[in-house]
Every structure is written in C-alpha cells, then in structure tokens.
Ligand binder design. Structure first.
Ligand SMILES: Cc1cc2nc3c(=O)[nH]c(=O)nc-3n(C[C@H](O)[C@H](O)[C@H](O)COP(=O)(O)OP(=O)(O)OC[C@H]3O[C@@H](n4cnc5c(N)ncnc54)[C@H](O)[C@@H]3O)c2cc1C
Length: 422
C-alpha cells in the first residue's frame, strides 16, 4: 500500500502570509473559507462588553443577570430600582390530582405567615407523603406561601363565631382541628413542637384518644425517631396518626412549588363546651411588644448599623419608622455609639428574627453567627463583595447615608405623610 509523502515545509508555508509581506504566521483564521461549523469566540470583544463603555471599569450591575438577587439603587427613590432585581424564571407548579392519602400539617402560622419551624414540618410531611401521598395544610386563619413550602392542599377553617385567629382559644382550636381530622381522614397529622403547636397537639390527642409521638427529630417514610432519657436513648416508631416535630430537626421542602389547591374543611366548627366559653379562661388578648424595648434575642425585626453608618440620627429615625428593634455591630458598641445590649453576634446577642436589615456592616464571621437563624436578611453596603451581601436575600449596593433618607421618604409616602420625610 502506498501513501502520499507529507511535506512539512509546504504545510508550514501554507500557514504563513505571502512572502512579500514577511514570513508572519497567518493568525486571522476567521477568513478561512472551509468553515469550522461553530462560530469562533472573540475573547477580547467579550471582555470589552463586560466593561462600562468608555471606561476601564467592569460592569458590576448584576441586576441584568436573570437570577441575580442584587438590587443596585441608583440615585432616586428606592421603589424605582427594586423591581429590576426580581426577574427569576417562574418554576413549574407540581399538581397532584388524586393523592393516595393525606398528611395533614397544622402550623402555628402566627400573623398569617409560616414560620421556619412550620416549613420544616411541611418538609417532614413531604417525606411521609412520598410520591403517592399529598400534603394538606390546615390553616386556622390566613396563611401565605403554603404552595412553595410544599403543600398540595390548603384547608381553611372558617370561624363561624368570627373569632380573631390570633385570639387565645386553645380548646376551641383543638375542637376545630379534631373535627377537620375526622372529616379529612389523613394518614398522619404533624404539628410543630412549639409552645402553641405542642399544646394544640396534646389537646387534639386527648380529644381523639390517640397516642401522640412528640419531639420527633428524624423522619423517614417508615419510621419516626426521637431522643429519650436525656438523649441517651433513641426511640423509633412507625408513623402513627399524631406527631410533633422538634425545630431544626428536618430540612424544609426545597423542591418546585406545589399547587396548594384550596379544599373545603369541616362544614361546622363545634361550639359550646368545646370553645373557651364556659372554661376558666374568660378573655385573653395578645399584647404586642414594643419593638424599641423588646430584648434583641426575642425581636422579630431588627435593623442594625455598622461602621459604614455615620449618620446615626437618621439611622434611629429609620429604626422607628420601620417599627424595628435597633442592633449594631461590635465596632459601634466598642466606640460607645450604640449600647452594648444592641450588639449582634457571637459575643453579643444571637438573633431569632424573621427579618434583619444590616446597614454598613461587613459581615465578619463573629457577626454572621448572630444572624444565622434570621429568615430574611437585607444588606446595604457600598462593597459588592462584602460577606453580608453574600448572606443577604436582598442587597442594596449603595451608600447607607443615601439609602436611609430614601427609605424614610418611601415609608412616609406609604403612610400618606410625604411632608414628614427628610
Ligand atoms: C473574639 C471576637 C468576637 C467578636 N464578636 C463580635 C460580635 O459579636 N459582633 C460583631 O459585630 N463583631 C464582633 N467582632 C468583631 C468583628 O470581627 C468585626 O470587626 C466587626 O463585626 C466589624 O464591624 P463592621 O462590619 O461594622 O465594620 P467594618 O468591618 O469596618 O465594615 C464596615 C462595612 O461598611 C461598609 N461601608 C463603608 N462605608 C459605607 C457606606 N457609606 N454605606 C454603606 N456601607 C458602607 C464597608 O464596605 C464594610 O463592609 C468580634 C471579634 C472578635 C475578635
């Protein structure tokens, strides 16, 4: 068999530009006629595209990126810039038409919002439901965000007596939950092991004469486990009808949002001896705590200042306008600008707040330890790469001294008192 001889010299010459122009390698391969099939990248043009036109400054406006959580506030009112950040694609909703069985979740949902603990109970319910079962949320009053938290069905218990869902009527609540269980016939019912949820679960267990497996810390489709005898023993049991789940034991549901289709609850809520009427408790109302004086560890909404805040007078106005509890980083407390009791962090107070607003705080590890349990974190910082921005669900990359008056203007506008804003 014969093969044509290769001529390396001729091959090299083919890649050189014409001899008259000097023996320079032919670098412009985009002019090749044969076509490689896929377009050539031009890294230089891509790099230029990432710069602000006319300058060497990189384009940091991450709000252009669809999934970005960063909002960049240019000069002007806050509300004009915020909607640009929320452009994430809408995930597909999971629809379960005929669940083989139901796992009922009775959340605390104080103030009509699911707490972190409530969402963990929904996560545990999803584990028990598997692919075949459906998770139903029993809402004693309004309840937001049940679909994304993993509920296939939403059962609203209307109160024929017009009771405030927040009012203290534990016996009445237990009667209504027991009636709903009787009607829906779920395979399992889960409650959060919280002061209210635990109390309700025990009352329901007594009414239904069913055993309650309390303080569950591990959930699988075939078994529940809890610690016993000072955590020296682990008790396991097949999931029964009633159980309560300890907090931070099971992760909340992280899958695509579920349908949360509303279904009818029990037609009539039992009254009479089942409600608080006729019991030793004659009346009870919830007295809201004063956010300015509530201990930091119990506050549900904290707004804190770091060394990036120089205008502390405006900061105090913002705290008051937001009805928040004031907090601070250690730097401000060490400088005597904020009281030591307001220090957030490992050597200050560890928060259990639902929302934390950090103004001009870098997010040192000792500070972040204090906000680990916060559900929503908003950060205002001039440095896009600050650790607090990384931790935040919503970040505003701007001078805190400019954001604070803008926020006050917005709050005054919403309260219908635009003249009061600075
Ligand atoms: C043993 C130990 C325990 C500690 N415990 C705690 C604790 O419990 N709590 C705590 O907070 N710290 C604690 N610290 C201190 C901690 O390490 C940090 O030094 C401190 O948290 C930094 O505070 P800061 O973020 O306010 O200040 P800095 O680190 O100085 O950060 C200021 C931030 O503000 C930003 N900024 C600047 N100007 C502006 C502006 N105009 N607008 C908006 N942003 C701006 C900057 O970009 C920066 O990110 C501890 C340290 C040690 C060693």
């Amino acid at each position: 068999m014969t093969r044509p001889r290769r001529d390396p010299r001729a091959e090299r010459a083919a890649f050189l530009v014409a001899p008259g122009e000097g023996a320079r390698p032919r670098l412009d391969r985009t002019s090749r006629r044969d076509g490689g099939g896929r377009p050539r990248r031009d890294p230089r043009r891509e790099r230029d595209g990432q710069r602000v036109p006319g300058t060497l400054r990189p384009r940091y406006d991450l709000s252009q990126v669809a999934l970005s959580r960063v909002a960049r506030i240019e000069a002007g009112p806050v509300h004009e810039a915020l909607p640009r950040a929320v452009q994430a694609p809408v995930p597909k909703v999971v629809v379960l038409d005929a669940p083989a069985f139901l796992v009922l979740v009775v959340p605390d949902a104080a103030g009509g919002r699911l707490s972190t603990h409530d969402r963990q109970v929904l996560g545990a319910a999803r584990l028990l439901a598997g692919r075949e079962g459906g998770v139903a949320l029993l809402a004693l009053g309004p309840c937001e965000g049940s679909g994304p938290a993993g509920a296939d069905r939403l059962v609203r218990l209307d109160d024929p007596d017009g009771h405030d869902p927040e009012s203290y009527d534990p016996a009445g609540r237990a009667a209504r939950v027991a009636a709903a269980i009787g009607e829906l016939r779920p395979r399992h019912v889960l409650f959060p092991e919280s002061p209210d949820g635990g109390d309700l679960a025990r009352r329901v267990a007594v009414r239904l004469r069913q055993p309650l497996f309390s303080d569950v810390e591990a959930v699988a489709a075939a078994s529940l486990a809890r610690p016993a005898r000072g955590r020296r023993v682990e008790q396991r049991a097949a999931p029964g009808l009633l159980a309560t789940l300890s907090s931070d034991a099971v992760a909340d549901y992280a899958g695509p949002p579920r349908e949360a289709r509303e279904i009818a609850g029990p037609a009539e809520a039992p009254v009479g001896k089942d409600s608080s009427k006729g019991t030793a408790i004659l009346s009870a109302t919830t007295i809201p705590a004063d956010p300015a004086t509530v201990p930091l560890g119990l506050a549900s909404f904290v707004t804190a200042a770091g060394s990036g805040v120089t205008d502390l007078a405006t900061f105090r106005q913002v705290v008051a306008a937001l009805h928040a509890t004031p907090g601070a980083s250690r730097v401000l407390c060490d400088a005597g600008l904020m009281p030591r009791a307001s220090q957030v962090g490992a050597s200050g107070t560890v928060l259990a707040a639902t929302c934390y607003v950090a103004l001009g705080i870098s997010g040192a590890p000792q500070h972040l330890q204090g906000v680990a349990g916060c559900e929503h974190v908003v950060a205002v910082n001039t440095d896009l790469h600050a650790a607090m921005i990384e931790r935040a669900g919503l970040a505003i990359v701007q001078d805190a001294q400019a954001v604070m008056p803008a926020l006050l203007r917005l709050l005054a506008q919403e309260a219908g008192r635009p003249g009061e804003a600075p």
